[in-house]
Design a protein around this ligand. Structure first.
Ligand SMILES: Nc1ncnc2c1ncn2[C@@H]1O[C@H](COP(=O)(O)OP(=O)(O)OP(=O)(O)O)[C@@H](O)[C@H]1O
Ligand SMILES: [Mg+2]
Length: 303
């Protein structure tokens, strides 16, 4: 495993991937976002914070003898638990099928974050659990950067709103940097409308402006990748969802998207809001947050 050496404290940028509703795609987005960031030359740790119910190990097709629970219990140090994950990503597993774990309270969680910060990862992607209670709450309250994942379903949007309300309701000045990704969208129009709906409600009731990190298409190849236990970015790097996740990693890291040639790309840039199947236009155009969906901004009630 290519374990980074100790670096300056607080060096690692940690992004907590969260959702209100379960099963929206956090673990898959976390894993593939981590790989995409690694492919952009960042040193990356994927930290599965869904203690006892972790999926990262399974999705990545690796075995980790130790996990976050061991670190929380002081059975081992962080670097003893981190294993080599796919494509050069380091992985701290959450452990799965384990029920006798200590509660992840704020103190324990901050201790783990403190250990993480001692190493030189450029980016730590934290795959969190769903909801706003239990072990997730201290993680949400401690996060400096949160990526809220939702699907276009009204139930998922409503639950995403609850997460955003919690993390932005912290002391003024300590609110985290906030991103939203809409996953499993059937068209760009649908994804943009969902984002606009959530953004509108958050602006109106919370006074918060949301930033869209990406719209990820519903992609049968992702399900196939899950079954094969090979991350989508490795199993099908040119699939629509993989390209959308790569575009998200670029935006997250501030890496400019390479100029895409061809008439289709040119036309897509000219009319970014035209109804199009998400993913067909390539990563640069897959998810520009400001594009399209103007009609969806009008007249929507709360989520
Ligand atoms: N973009 C997508 N296209 C198609 N299917 C998807 C997509 N994203 C997620 N899925 C499906 O949703 C399932 C759940 O995804 P995942 O495990 O990443 O969700 P989660 O939010 O981490 O769930 P949990 O809340 O239980 O941790 C996947 O196994 C896959 O079948
Ligand atoms: Mg998960």
């Amino acid at each position: 495993m290519a374990m980074p050496g100790p670096g300056p404290a607080e060096r690692a940028r940690a992004v907590l991937v969260a959702s209100g509703k379960g099963g929206v795609g956090k673990s898959n987005l976390s894993l593939n976002l981590a790989i995409a960031a690694r492919q952009l030359d960042r040193r990356v740790l994927l930290l599965d914070a869904d203690v006892g119910l972790g999926n990262a190990e399974i999705l990545a097709g690796v075995t980790a003898p130790r996990h976050l629970g061991d670190v929380l219990l002081g059975r081992c140090t962080l670097d003893e638990a981190v294993v080599a994950g796919p494509a050069g990503v380091d992985l701290l597993a959450g452990g799965h099928g384990i029920v006798d774990l200590p509660p992840v309270d704020g103190l324990r969680w901050r201790h783990v974050l403190g250990q993480v910060a001692r190493f030189g990862w450029d980016l730590v992607v934290i795959d969190g659990g769903a909801g706003v209670g239990g072990a997730v709450r201290p993680q949400l309250l401690a996060a400096r950067e949160v990526l809220v994942v939702t699907t276009p379903e009204p139930t998922a949007l409503a639950d995403a709103y609850a997460v955003i309300k919690l993390v932005t309701g912290r002391d003024p000045g300590s609110a985290p940097r906030l991103w939203v990704a809409v996953n499993q969208v059937r068209s760009r129009t649908e994804g943009q409308a969902a984002f606009d709906r959530l953004a509108g409600v958050c602006r109106r009731f919370l006074g918060v402006d949301l930033r869209c990190l990406g719209l990820v298409p519903f992609d049968p190849q992702l399900r196939e990748a899950v079954h094969r236990q090979v991350p989508l970015l490795l199993a099908a790097p040119h699939s629509p969802a993989a390209r959308a996740v790569t575009a998200m990693a670029r935006q997250l890291l501030g890496v400019p998207t390479p100029a895409t040639g061809g008439l289709l790309a040119y036309l897509t840039r000219l009319w970014p809001g035209r109804p199009a199947r998400v993913g067909n236009a390539g990563p640069a155009a897959a998810d520009s947050p400001g594009s399209g969906g103007a009609a969806a901004r009008t007249g929507r009630g709360p989520v």
